[in-house]
Each structure stands twice: as structure tokens, then as C-alpha cells.
Design a protein around this ligand. Structure first.
Ligand code: ADP
Ligand code: MG
Length: 560
């Protein structure tokens, strides 16, 4: 018997509002409907394993198909199915009330982008692309009758006997005019790849043909034949759902190349796995970064129960680790809320801290286990570590033990080791240890050589982050001051109390100094005639460290 009815919801005609919000991201209808199909499949599996369902499970798969002529897309599963009563309950009431709630919450939102794609609108999202949605379903329950439901997104619906003969559900979308782009093999494949590469239920999208070798002809030339097989979207098991003990190095590398085809092998990775106080799994990779800083952010993909959600992981991943690659999967990250809420969410904060802690632990472990290997990677990971130390106090505390300082001889030292190395020889009058550094070894070569001749060590601080890093460690290390090697002559910088013999007489020195000062004619620069012996630099022109930093600051501030 055919029955007509009216769905009772509070907001009349929610459809136009939803459409307005989600128009730019309407592909999520597929994410939602395939997720529902996969959920229904998992449920029937569970019922069987609990002994509450004794029928044949069959080939448990979800199928997506489309018909260009009829302008339909169908999502088909062999899950638990629904009776007519259940459709009324779950679709008419729950799905529609979810949509109502969505509209209530967001009809005044200013920035639709904040919620698009983050709010699982569920079944109702079908109406973003369909003028009419039909459900054909047969419940797993014994003696259940097939049911059919049809609705055009308004509050009117029809329900009656259906035609499904096998357990499960078909969702048939009659695609509306504006959404005909979805009636395309390429487009659907692309969306399915994006969201469901790692879905736990087998997902099939039509057939594919492969050319396979089929013996040789009489001249020994290989012959080929076309073989048709199911076009399966998802991989067997994504590695983040496995235990690290089941995996080897190759598995992690292969997975990386599945995520980012054609990229170089990662440096190393961290397998995340926690179930208290929040649930989170994942694998984070340290990519090989090029020196020219062509970093790409937003390479970490966020999943929820193996369904792709977004690659906007700001707030969840600490800022300084945004350049990492990989996957995070957590059902505990609230996906249905706006950015400001995400920042305030306590789970999100805990996750952020957890990731920082894990990364620090991993680096400490690499450092302890194989220092030589760690030093080889330092030029790649140093950037993350330095950025982390600058931006995160907690990370600094952990990272200070495995941060390396590199000197101009390309030797690496921990902060502690470096202090030990130079403290006897490089102190100033106030008892501060002076670290000399260069940010441009080529230009400052004369100064470096001069300092080295005097037995001083010079640190290499020539990457873009080092300017900030220098100020940061100077601020944090006790009784240490950092001086750029060309800020003054080394003996002035280190400023020991020793008497030094000059080659020139005082009068001669003064004369030379005057000549140079006249020629330069800029008060910020200082001319020193300091030659202590014939091999030394006879004359140096320097800019005071303080003056130089002021200048740099002014340049940064005014640069815009
Ligand atoms: P949610 O998935 O968050 O519960 P939806 O709006 O996506 O919300 O779906 C509402 C309900 O409809 C589901 O909870 C489920 O009970 C039912 N449902 C939707 N799709 C299917 C399906 N393919 N098979 C069985 N039940 C389904
Ligand atoms: Mg759903």
C-alpha cells in the first residue's frame, strides 16, 4: 500500500538554506552516503559475529554507479537494510532533524567556509545534488518486506512496498540540473579516491579493464589481452590501523608513496596510537625539505574512522609541525563545529600536546640510538626543531638535549657540548661565554679566519630560521651571548683582559684609521686598526651588533 505523509520538522523548507551553505562543497553528499552504506555493512557484520544474524553475509561491498541517460547516481550496499518503519524513523525523523539542527545552528553564520565540509550533514546532503531521492531497502530481519521511500527534499514524502530482493539498501539520486557534472566517470572516481582510499569496507565503482600478458606469438613477441575486473577504490588496510610491530620500514615507505606519489622517501616517521583520554591513530612523516624552503603546508590528512575529512589540520597539529606529512585519524575531533570552537575544544588541545610530545620523543630516540645518522639528517630536521623551540616553550625544554649547533668546520655539538667546548677560551670580562656565529660564511670569511687563528670557534647560522634562533637561545641560555663574527674584531667581542702587542705604533694606527673613516663616511660603521701580527687583518670595518640588529628590525618593520 502506498502511503503519503509529511515530515514534521520545525523549519519549513530547509533545503534552500542548506543549498546556499554547501553549494561550493556539494561533493560531500557522496562522502555521507557512502559512509552510511559502509556503516550499515559494518553493522550486519557485527550482528553476524554476535550470532544475531544467521543469514549469508555474501560479498560485503558497497557499489557506486551512475547512469548518464537516466541522470541517476546509485549507492548500493548489502548492509542491515531498513524496514518501512525504520525509514520513517531514521530518515524522516533523525536525518531530517539533523538537517534542521544544522540550519538552526548555522543560518546566521558569517563564514560559510568554516563549516563547509566539516559538518557531516548526513543523509540529507543528498538533496544538495538531487531533485529527488529514492530509497529501496530490505532489512536483514526475518520476514521483512522490501520498502521504497521517495522524496523531493520538501517535507512531503511517499513510502510503500519496494523491489529489493537482497538484504541491503539502494540510495538512488535523481541528479538535478546544476549538478550534472557529477554524472561523470572521472569526477566520481576523483571524489571516491579523495574520501575513501582507506575505507574499511570494500568500495567498488564499476569495472576497469587491464591489459595483461597472454603468452607469446610465433615470433616470441608477448601478446596481450584485456581483462575486466572490479574497479576497487580502497586499499586493503591502511597502515595506521595496524600495530607498529606488524610493519617494517618498507611498509611505511610504500604507504607514503601512496599518499604522495612521486615524492622522495621521507626522512623518518612517527606512528601515533593512543586511546586514552582521546582516540587517535596516525602516521606522521618528516619529509625531505629542500633548502630553498619550498614547503607545502596542509599535507597532513585528517580522517575520521578511515573516511577522509579535511587537510586543514590547523589547531590539531602544532603550528611548527604543519610542514609534516601523513595521516591522523580520530573520531574524537569535533568535525561539526567552527574554527573558534575547535581552538577551545579540550580534546583538540590535548591532541596538539600529544603530537608535540610524540615528535620530541621520536627525535630524542633517533638521537640516542644513532647519532651519526641523526647528524646526517640534521640539515633537514633542524628547521622543524628550531622552529619548534622558538614557538613552543614545552618543546624547547625537550629539544634542548637533541638540538645541534654546527660550526664552520661542519662539526655538530649539542648545546651542552658546545658550552663545554668554548667556555674556557671564549669568555668576556663579565664572565659571559661568547658564541661567535656567521650568517654568511662567504662574505664573512675574513672575519671567520681571523677568529679561528686566535683559536675561537665560529658557528654556522646561515639558514632562514637562524636569525630568530640566535635571539631565542641567547635569551634562554644562561650567561651566554651570541655575537656575529663581523660585529667587531674578535678580540673586542671576546674582550679578554690580555695585553696584546701591536705591530703598528699607536700613532700609525690612528692615521690609518682616519684615512678609512674619511673614505667610508658613515657613523654606524666602525674602523679598527688592530693588527697584532703581520698575518692578521690589518684593518676591519664593522657594524656594532646592537646597531646592526636595530637596523634589521627597522628594515623588517618598515618593509611591509
Ligand atoms: P548518521 O549517519 O549520522 O546517523 P544520517 O543522516 O547519515 O545520520 O543517517 C541517518 C540514519 O539513517 C542512520 O543513522 C541509519 O540508521 C539510517 N541509514 C542511512 N543510510 C542507511 C543505509 N544505507 N543502510 C541502513 N541504514 C541507513
Ligand atoms: Mg551518516
Amino acid at each position: 500500500m502506498q502511503e503519503k505523509g509529511t515530515i514534521s520538522i520545525h523549519t519549513e523548507n530547509i533545503f534552500p538554506i542548506i543549498k546556499k551553505f554547501l553549494y561550493s562543497d556539494n561533493e560531500i553528499f557522496l562522502r555521507e552516503l557512502v559512509s552510511n552504506a559502509a556503516d550499515a555493512t559494518q553493522k550486519v557484520k557485527r550482528l553476524a559475529s554476535l550470532g544475531q544474524y544467521n543469514g549469508e553475509l555474501g560479498d560485503l561491498r558497497v557499489d557506486v554507479s551512475f547512469d548518464e541517460k537516466a541522470k541517476t547516481i546509485t549507492i548500493s550496499d548489502k548492509g542491515i537494510g531498513m524496514t518501512a518503519e525504520e525509514i520513517k524513523k531514521y530518515i524522516n525523523q533523525i536525518a531530517f532533524s539533523g538537517a534542521t539542527e544544522f540550519v538552526e545552528k548555522f543560518k546566521d553564520a558569517k563564514d560559510a567556509n568554516e563549516i563547509i565540509g566539516k559538518f557531516g550533514l548526513g543523509f540529507y546532503s543528498a538533496f544538495m545534488v538531487a531533485s529527488k531521492v529514492e530509497i529501496q531497502s530490505l532489512s536483514y530481519q526475518e520476514g521483512a518486506e522490501p520498502a521504497r521511500w521517495i522524496c523531493d527534499g520538501s517535507t512531503e514524502f511517499e513510502i510503500g512496498p519496494g523491489n529489493r530482493t537482497e538484504r541491503g539498501t539502494d540510495i538512488i539520486l535523481y541528479i538535478n540540473e546544476e549538478s550534472e557534472e557529477f554524472l561523470s566517470q572521472h569526477k566520481l572516481q576523483q571524489i571516491l579516491d579523495k574520501y575513501f582510499k582507506f575505507l574499511p569496507t570494500k568500495l567498488v565503482f564499476g569495472k576497469k579493464t587491464d591489459s595483461v600478458e597472454d603468452g607469446v606469438d610465433k615470433d616470441g613477441k608477448p601478446q596481450y589481452k584485456s581483462v575486466e575486473s572490479d574497479n576497487i577504490i580502497n586499499y586493503a588496510k591502511p597502515i595506521w590501523t595496524l600495530s607498529p610491530s606488524e610493519l617494517n620500514e618498507e611498509d611505511y615507505k610504500i604507504f607514503y608513496s601512496e599518499l604522495y606519489p612521486f615524492s622522495e622517501d621521507p626522512l623518518f616517521w612517527i606512528h601515533l596510537n593512543v586511546d586514552y583520554p582521546f582516540n587517535l591513530t596516525g602516521v606522521l612523516y618528516f619529509p625531505k625539505v629542500k633548502t630553498d624552503m619550498d614547503f607545502q603546508r596542509n599535507k597532513i590528512k585528517l580522517y575520521s574512522r578511515q573516511v577522509f575529512i579535511t587537510d586543514e589540520v590547523k589547531d590539531i597539529v602544532p603550528e611548527f609541525l604543519m610542514l609534516l606529512h601523513g595521516v591522523i585519524d580520530s573520531p574524537d575531533i569535533p568535525l561539526n563545529v567552527s574554527r573558534s570552537f575547535l581552538q577551545a575544544d579540550s580534546n583538540v588541545k590535548k591532541i596538539n600536546n600529544y603530537i608535540t610530545k610524540k615528535v620530541a620523543e621520536k627525535l630524542a630516540e633517533l638521537f640516542k640510538k644513532d647519532r651519526e645518522e641523526y647528524e646526517k639528517k640534521w640539515s633537514d630536521i633542524g628547521l622543524f626543531v628550531k622552529y619548534g623551540m622558538i614557538s613552543d616553550e614545552k618543546f624547547y625544554e625537550k629539544a634542548k638535549d637533541f638540538t645541534l649547533l654546527t660550526n664552520t668546520d661542519k662539526k655538530n655539538f649539542t648545546l651542552e657540548e658546545y658550552k663545554e667546548k668554548v667556555k674556557a677560551n671564549q669568555t668576556d670580562k663579565n664572565g659571559n661565554i661568547v658564541y661567535l656565529y656567521t650568517n654568511d660564511p662567504e662574505k664573512q670569511d675574513a672575519f671567520i679566519q681571523s677568529a679561528q687563528k686566535k683559536g675561537y670557534d665560529v658557528l654556522l647560522m646561515d639558514t632562514p630560521i637562524d636569525g630568530h634562533f640566535v635571539s631565542n637561545i641567547e635569551h634562554k641560555l644562561e650567561k651566554v651571548s651570541l655575537k656575529r663574527v663581523d660585529a667587531d674584531v674578535a678580540d673586542k667581542l671576546i674582550d679578554k683582559d690580555e695585553k696584546l702587542e701591536h705591530v703598528l705604533s699607536e700613532e700609525q694606527s690612528k692615521k690609518v684609521q682616519e684615512i678609512f673613516e674619511k673614505a667610508i663616511n658613515k657613523p654606524a660603521y666602525k674602523v679598527s686598526v688592530e693588527a697584532m701580527n703581520p698575518e692578521d687583518l690589518p684593518v676591519t670595518v664593522t657594524m656594532d651588533e646592537f646597531m646592526r640588529r636595530m637596523k634589521e628590525m627597522a628594515a623588517m618593520g618598515g618593509g611591509g
